[in-house]
Ligand binder design. Structure first.
Ligand SMILES: Cc1cc2nc3c(=O)[nH]c(=O)nc-3n(C[C@H](O)[C@H](O)[C@H](O)COP(=O)(O)OP(=O)(O)OC[C@H]3O[C@@H](n4cnc5c(N)ncnc54)[C@H](O)[C@@H]3O)c2cc1C
Length: 401
């Protein structure tokens, strides 16, 4: 096996494949390696819709072998460790040498931080649309739920797609209404945050929405554990003076979203921020996406320690920046491309309606369309459900935008 590449990309997800496709048009065949152990690639933004029974899981999945661009070498393995002083990384017992490295392995779902969960995910009323093998189970539990307490949980940010924990709640509420069981179900939203969304433009209409839909809200409630036998979810509750107490909420159906972190081989390495808000995440400059200490390393996607919102939409804006800056480095010219923090969260407020939240660093609104962004619209539902998946597979993963 070839052991030295001009560019090595870790992770064949949304970021890794798009970047490999774009770079492969500028660099010679065989000079780029993409490392990922996974057989399949997933379009995760559809998982909430699958969870509500409105799309098929198979439409979110393709084989990596069919997506990895021609001329790019796929190393089907997991990276164990990066040795940045030696321009080298370790997979199994082998070392791969790189001139330039792009780190794009996504993030880690920290199920182990939910005490008492054990192997109860996907059974006993506990579900999640955040993991590929759980989405269809969540769909079954939500569509078959008839009565009792349905509790939806939002952990502390950063998480990927911070809107998804409430999207699945609004969809479930609609499913319960369609199934004529809504009046037998109490829906509750328990979030570690202080509001329905981090940006007031969107949190205000969302607050009105939960009131109108008769959804109980619990703010500053951080999920810490579950008791699957007693069907209780345990929270750490922080009041406005910073006092911390504990509270348990009952559930019959629990949609769980765990805290998230960078993959261990990044979090535990000198490549991560060692302190501050972004502690543990990949230490890159928030505009150039270049590593702050190792100039031949770039970061892309969910793994990056930048104050944006972690989404595929953010990746769509980041990968051209990484491509241009990496090629500039190879040419010995200054890094001119800058990422502005753009992210987008198509907030599904009911079946058939989406409020398209688009924003950059510091919560700056960045709407694509000349329309009031805080209004749920049918047109945006079709954009989210039908058009964006096509653009993802046919344009973004081809490195064309
Ligand atoms: C339920 C849900 C709803 C979402 N909704 C939206 C939405 O509406 N809009 C939106 O824009 N985004 C949404 N997202 C977020 C979006 O899917 C992610 O932000 C995006 O996929 C991040 O891309 P990435 O390339 O950083 O990581 P990923 O696409 O997750 O890919 C990471 C890849 O790295 C690989 N990898 C991991 N560890 C290693 C290793 N050690 N060695 C080699 N390879 C490794 C993995 O196998 C994987 O293939 C949603 C996500 C979820 C879960």
């Amino acid at each position: 096996m070839q052991k030295h590449f001009k560019v090595v990309i870790i992770g064949a997800g949304a970021g890794g494949i798009s970047l490999a496709a774009k770079l492969s048009r500028s660099l010679p065949e065989g000079s780029i390696a993409l490392i990922d152990p996974a057989e399949h690639h997933y379009y995760q933004p559809l998982w909430s819709i699958v969870g509500a029974g409105l799309a098929d899981m198979k439409d979110t999945q393709k084989n990596n072998k069919d997506l990895i661009p021609q001329g790019v070498v796929w190393i089907k393995n997991a990276v164990k460790e990066i040795l940045p002083h030696e321009n080298k990384l370790l997979i199994s017992d082998e070392a791969i040498q790189y001139d330039y490295l792009v780190v794009a392995p996504g993030l880690r779902l920290c199920w182990d931080k939910i005490e008492g969960l054990g192997d109860n995910l996907g059974k006993n009323g506990i579900c999640s649309v955040y993991q590929a093998d759980q989405v269809n189970l969540a769909r079954e539990m939500i569509t078959n739920f008839k009565k009792g307490n349905a509790l939806f949980v939002m952990p502390p940010v950063p998480i990927k797609c911070a809107g998804a924990p409430q999207k699945i709640m609004y969809l479930a509420e609609n499913v319960f209404r369609n199934n004529k069981v809504r009046d037998k179900i109490t829906i509750s939203w328990a979030t570690a945050g202080k509001a329905m969304f981090g940006i007031p433009t969107f949190s205000k209409p969302l607050q009105e929405l939960v009131t109108q839909k008769n959804i109980k809200t619990y703010f500053q409630h951080k999920i810490i554990g579950v008791d699957p036998l007693k069907k209780l979810a345990h929270f750490e509750v922080t009041d406005n003076e910073g006092q911390v107490t504990k509270q348990s909420l009952p559930y019959d159906l629990l949609h769980l979203v765990p805290p998230m972190a960078a993959p261990k081989f990044i979090e535990d390495s000198e490549l991560s921020f060692q302190e501050g808000d972004q502690k543990g995440w990949l230490a890159v400059d928030k505009h150039t996406l270049q590593h702050v200490n190792f100039k031949n390393i770039f970061g892309l996607g969910d793994v990056t320690g930048i104050p944006n919102s972690k989404t595929g939409a953010a990746v769509r804006k980041q990968y051209p920046v990484v491509a241009l800056n990496l090629l500039a480095m190879i040419d010995g010219t200054p890094l001119a491309a800058q990422y502005d923090g753009y992210s987008s969260c198509p907030l599904i407020t009911e079946i058939g309606k989406v409020m398209l939240a688009e924003f950059g660093y510091d919560g700056k609104l960045m709407p694509t369309f000349p329309l009031a962004p805080d209004v749920p619209r049918r047109s945006m539902w079709y954009l989210k459900k039908d058009l964006l998946p096509i653009l993802y597979w046919k344009v973004m993963l081809k490195g064309r935008g």
